[in-house]
Design a protein around this ligand. Structure first.
Ligand code: ZN
Ligand code: ZN
Ligand code: FE
Length: 762
């Protein structure tokens, strides 16, 4: 009987490979009595489905509502086929027949079913590399598409007969789980520099004991090595700081479970969701009960994550401490280590014990970092768990566009159709090691996604290594102003394609007048921008060097506004410094010697932090602004004055008032609050002013300065109260890690407009 039976081809694109999608389709086909087949191919997943209209309807509804947790369906297209009368439903072998891509799954935290199998499956008792189609490594082990075991770093491991049975059994949870493994056939951990006899499935007991004894361990993870130690043991944590030569930058911490997190941190519903997500990012949380003081170093937030690999759970089972420091296994400023011999030679200078395993990490990936503001997750570092899933943009054709990114916290992006594929977090492109990682990743991404470079977008900065790299490709290249790219990134993320009012606040970016910009108020779209207002530029004595010495920037502001008088005014931050040191700086300013002008918002935050004696020298990027934010007294509603001269936002009055507050011994927490409130007030006032002039009601907030939770949170709330539509970053970092998306959008729009005008000329 084939009466009323029909045949359809269903084509699904999106993140549907390596996430258990085909077996899922198989199971719901059985459930809905659908006959036909499913296959993976370069375009995603194709299904041939035969059944009645109502069966097909329910089948498609199930595809949407029951899909595996890590799957994302970007599109589902249905077309009528000739009815053939299949007698069963089958999974066809992967075919590879076209040049369009499908998505590669990011790595997925170990699932609850697998954690349970650790205790019950005879061949996987305590097996730390357990995984299934719903969880486990993906991006970090993949070498080529389609995603199949032989194209991953699992290739050298031959499946044992038991695993093979599961792998080929369509109803098994490990059907086609490419990294499938067990105690008999899979990767094993080993201790590199310690003479110890142990069973491979006991390694977590050794690690737990050593942590409890105050030792530092280098442990190989999915995307790279980590250094771990007891977060409640001050001696261990400060020893890690000494050995890693990491003076004050806070450490991330892995907590045993959600109960531990709730006990120690203030945590909202969205923060809970982010922590528990299969992506397992580090989430910035507000401290309630501190770990050892050397963990967060006086900041009021800590980066927290939950266990993501089976071994993490196993270690916590044997620990009495509830949290471990969990920081990248690298030497400062170098990419996280993925090479076992380098780990043994280099990381062993920091760690007492190096624990490795015998599967290669193909793609390096740091832990991702997010924060939650106004109950929305905002990504700060987009890497493991997120990459390489594309950020979708549908505005322009991005095909063949390479966006080189900026310099700090670099990521680059490749354009495929309307998709933008972001690289993992590469790091600061300031040394050979990081540049090598950049070049290697460009090659690997290009190969993996069959990318053919036709058009290049890079930062306008003459000296960024990413810009050098881009220019050397010798392809048509568009150089894009840094803050224009920041704004375009936020616009593209939200699908905006019109003129907006935009605040791009960050530390530094090359301006078209050759000075350093970073306190920028633009009216702009992808095609261009008008610089409507900007922070008052000050000389930066020593150029880039000032980021390490916020006191110099403070001095520069005060010297500009109040002259030499300020040197005798008895300000604590100046009195604490050597007189000759101060003299050198003012002489540099007077002689205009290595004193580039900067309107960077980051520098203004630096100056206020130094002036109020919160942070006068900085040991890591943005330390002063972070400390300034950290000490805000949120009940303090006061603010300072500023004024506008033509296009310049002048802070003379604000500094005058801050000095007055310091003389009155006002607490730094009040000065900080009033300063932040001033920044918010300025955003509101200028938005209103520009709206009055232009009629534009959409406001974009972007740039690294908007990683400041207080500034972003309050600006959003108050702008909305004034009736503005507000757009800030969520899926792409507001820092320079998000620049590549803006470069891509501007380049794609530019290419399209020149194509149109080319056509017009014919
Ligand atoms: Zn699993
Ligand atoms: Zn096996
Ligand atoms: Fe920037």
């Amino acid at each position: 009987m084939t009466d009323g039976l029909k045949a359809y081809k269903i084509q699904i694109s999106g993140l549907v490979q390596g996430v258990g999608f085909r077996p899922f389709i198989y199971r719901i086909a059985l459930k809905n009595s659908i006959l036909g087949w499913v296959e993976n191919n370069n375009e995603g997943v194709t299904i041939l489905a035969e059944g009645s209209d109502s069966q097909i309807k329910h089948f498609i509804a199930d595809i949407h509502s029951l899909a595996p947790v890590a799957a994302t369906i970007a599109s589902l297209k249905k077309s009528v086929e000739v009815f053939e009368g299949f007698e069963n439903f089958s999974i066809k072998k992967s075919s590879s027949f076209s040049q369009t891509i499908t998505e590669v799954s990011p790595d997925i935290a170990v699932c609850d079913d697998c954690l349970n199998d650790l205790l019950t499956q005879p061949h996987r008792m305590g097996y730390p590399f357990i995984n299934c189609t719903n969880c486990g490594p993906r991006f970090t082990i993949i070498q080529a598409l389609p995603y199949d075991r032989y194209q991953t770093t699992m290739q050298p491991f031959d499946m044992c007969p038991v695993c093979e049975n599961e792998y080929t059994n369509i109803l098994d949870r490990r059907f086609h789980a490419q990294p499938i493994a067990c105690n008999h056939c899979g990767p094993v951990y080993r201790i590199e520099n310690l003479e110890l006899q142990f069973e491979t499935n006991e390694i977590h007991i050794i690690i737990a004991n050593e942590i409890q004894n105050g030792k530092i361990i280098a442990l190989k993870g999915l995307g790279g090595y980590h250094f771990i130690c007891d977060a409640n043991n001050e001696q261990a944590v400060s020893e890690l700081r000494n050995r890693k030569q990491r003076e004050r930058k806070p450490f991330a911490v892995m907590c045993k479970n959600l109960a531990t997190v709730e006990n120690r941190f203030e945590i909202s519903e969205q923060e809970k969701k982010s922590l528990l997500s299969w992506r397992r990012p580090v989430v910035l949380l507000r401290n309630k009960k501190q770990f050892a003081p050397s963990v967060s170093m006086q900041l009021n937030t800590t980066g927290i994550l939950l266990p993501s690999m089976a071994i993490h759970y196993q270690i916590f089972d044997f620990l009495t401490t509830d949290a471990i420091v969990f920081t990248s296994g690298n030497m400062t400023d170098e990419p996280v280590c993925i090479d076992d011999s380098i780990a043994l030679n280099e990381l062993s200078k920091v760690a007492d014990i190096v624990i490795t395993y015998n599967r290669e990490i193909h793609n390096r990936a740091d832990d991702s970092v997010v924060m939650v503001v106004n109950e929305k997750e905002r990504i700060i570092r987009r890497s493991k768990g997120y990459v390489p899933a594309p950020v979708l943009t549908t505005l322009y054709d991005n095909e063949g566009i390479f966006a080189a990114g900026a310099e700090l916290t670099n990521t680059f992006a490749l354009g495929k159709n309307t998709q933008v594929i972001f690289s993992q977090h590469i790091g600061d492109l300031k040394n050979a090691e990081t540049m090598e990682f950049y070049e290697e990743s460009v090659d690997r991404f290009s190969k993996l996604f069959r990318f053919e470079n036709q058009f290049v977008a890079c930062d306008l900065h003459p000296d960024y290594l990413s810009s050098y790299y881009a220019r050397n490709l010798r392809l048509p290249t568009l150089e894009i102003q840094h803050h224009h790219a920041h704004i375009a990134s936020c616009m593209a993320e939200h699908g905006l394609n019109e003129k907006v009012i935009a605040f791009a606040f960050d530390g530094t970016g090359y301006g078209d007048d050759g000075t350093i910009w970073g306190g920028e108020v633009f009216i702009c779209d992808y095609a261009g921008y008008e610089r409507r207002f900007h922070f008052d530029p000050v000389p930066l004595p020593g150029g880039d060097q000032v980021t390490k010495y916020p006191w110099r920037t403070a001095l520069s502001y005060l010297y500009k506004y109040f002259g030499a008088e300020i040197l005798e005014s008895g300000l604590p931050f100046l009195d604490a410094r050597d007189k000759t040191e101060i003299k050198t700086i003012t002489q540099m300013i007077d002689a205009n010697l290595n004193c580039p002008l900067s309107s960077g918002a980051g520098r203004l935050f630096d100056a206020v932090a130094a002036l109020s004696d919160i942070c006068t020298t900085s040991s890591y990027h943005a330390e002063a602004p972070m400390k300034l934010e950290s000490c805000i007294e949120t009940d303090c509603k006061g603010k300072y004055l500023y004024h506008i001269e033509d296009k310049t936002i002048v802070f003379y009055k604000m500094f005058y008032q801050i000095i007055k507050d310091i003389r009155r011994s006002a607490p730094a927490s009040h000065i900080s609050a009033k300063f932040h409130n001033t920044m918010v007030a300025l955003i509101i006032e200028l938005s209103k002013k520009l709206k009055k002039e232009t009629g534009i009601n959409k406001v974009v907030l972007t740039g690294g300065t908007f990683q400041n939770k207080y500034l972003l949170g309050l600006s959003e709330i108050l702008l909305k109260k004034e009736g503005f539509e507000v757009f800030a970053h969520e899926k792409v970092p507001s820092n320079d890690g998000g620049i590549a998306l803006g470069q891509m959008a501007i380049a794609a729009a530019y290419r399209q407009s020149t194509r149109i005008s080319d056509n017009g000329n014919h």
